[in-house]
Design a protein around this ligand. Structure first.
Ligand SMILES: [Ca+2]
Ligand SMILES: [Ca+2]
Length: 292
């Protein structure tokens, strides 16, 4: 990664005010999508230096369902869950399908709540086979209906703008009473989630010089986990911190100066988390895991 913008100078900043500094960065073409890159932000105020870390996730964040399940992102389902299937995929081998044999006057839903920044689009492909004009595929952003499909439609893409902030994206198949037609369901594939590319992690106790922050190897398993998380590191561990998707610190663990640490994450809600490992030699690594 290359930072293309020179250091910014904020001349006078009155107490209680804020200022914005914009930086442009370039990522090498060989960096795979979804790689997490730490950016060090160093702020010099007179004699004081504050070092903070921003974690940037590279590239498009897309749910392809190619894991064969719903563990790649913190999806939630209602009591008539959609399910991942290897029939009818738009791309690859898998897509997601609304509940089979859904009851009359009922709805099958899956949804996700994410902190989006900056503004961007959400897009997805959908296909419907339903009673035309009576049974519907619908897509909502924060309970506002954005998309409505009925009858027999082939795969096509829908795309909607999303403002910066926290939003819930909900996919629904809903039926009226009586008649059904076709396969009586909807399919969805290749959901591009907006703006999850930027993740800021508050790191106020970070007083370690930038030059010493070399990345080390670590592995986190099992992933996904239901309760116990093992962290294997190539150096003795000083501290492990777990952050949720909005950058909030949810677990802080003081290492026992050993290379293998075991954490209980049973109390975390289901979803995707970042884990930051700092070694006694002041090296670090950042990776992700899913709590089921
Ligand atoms: Ca797919
Ligand atoms: Ca119907």
């Amino acid at each position: 990664m290359t930072v293309n913008t020179p250091a910014q100078n904020i001349s006078v900043l009155p107490a209680g005010n804020s200022a914005t500094a914009q930086y442009q960065v370039s990522i090498g073409a060989s960096v795979p999508d979804m790689t997490t890159v730490p950016l060090y932000v160093k702020c010099v105020v007179g004699q004081d230096i504050i070092v903070d870390t921003i974690y940037l996730t590279v590239g498009t964040v897309m749910e392809t369902f190619e894991t064969g399940n719903l563990t790649a992102f913190p999806w939630q389902i209602n009591n008539n869950p959609w399910f991942v299937t290897n029939e009818q995929a738009y791309a690859g081998n898998y897509c997601i399908r609304s509940k089979q044999d859904l009851a009359d006057n009922d709805q099958s839903e899956f949804f996700i709540t994410v902190n989006c920044s900056p503004s961007a689009n959400i897009s997805y492909f959908r296909k419907v086979s339903s009673e035309d004009g009576y049974d519907f595929f619908k897509f909502y952003i924060d309970n506002t209906e954005m998309d409505s499909q009925t009858g027999s439609t082939d795969w096509s893409q829908a795309s909607f703008p999303v403002n910066s902030g926290t939003h819930t994206f909900r996919f629904s198949y809903r039926k009226d009473s009586g008649v059904i037609d076709g396969s009586d369901c909807a399919w969805v594939d290749n959901i591009v989630l907006p703006g999850m590319g930027t993740l800021c992690v508050e790191d106020m106790d970070d007083n370690v010089g930038v030059a010493t922050r070399d990345e080390i190897l670590s592995s986190v398993f099992p992933n996904p986990t239901t309760g116990i998380l093992h962290v294997q590191c190539s150096e003795p561990v000083q501290q492990i911190v777990i952050y949720d998707l909005s950058g909030r610190q949810v677990i802080s663990y003081n290492g026992q100066n050993e290379q293998l640490s075991t954490l209980n994450v049973n109390n975390l809600t289901s979803g995707l988390y970042f884990i930051r490992i700092l070694t006694t030699d002041q090296h670090f690594s950042v990776s992700k895991f899913i709590k089921q």
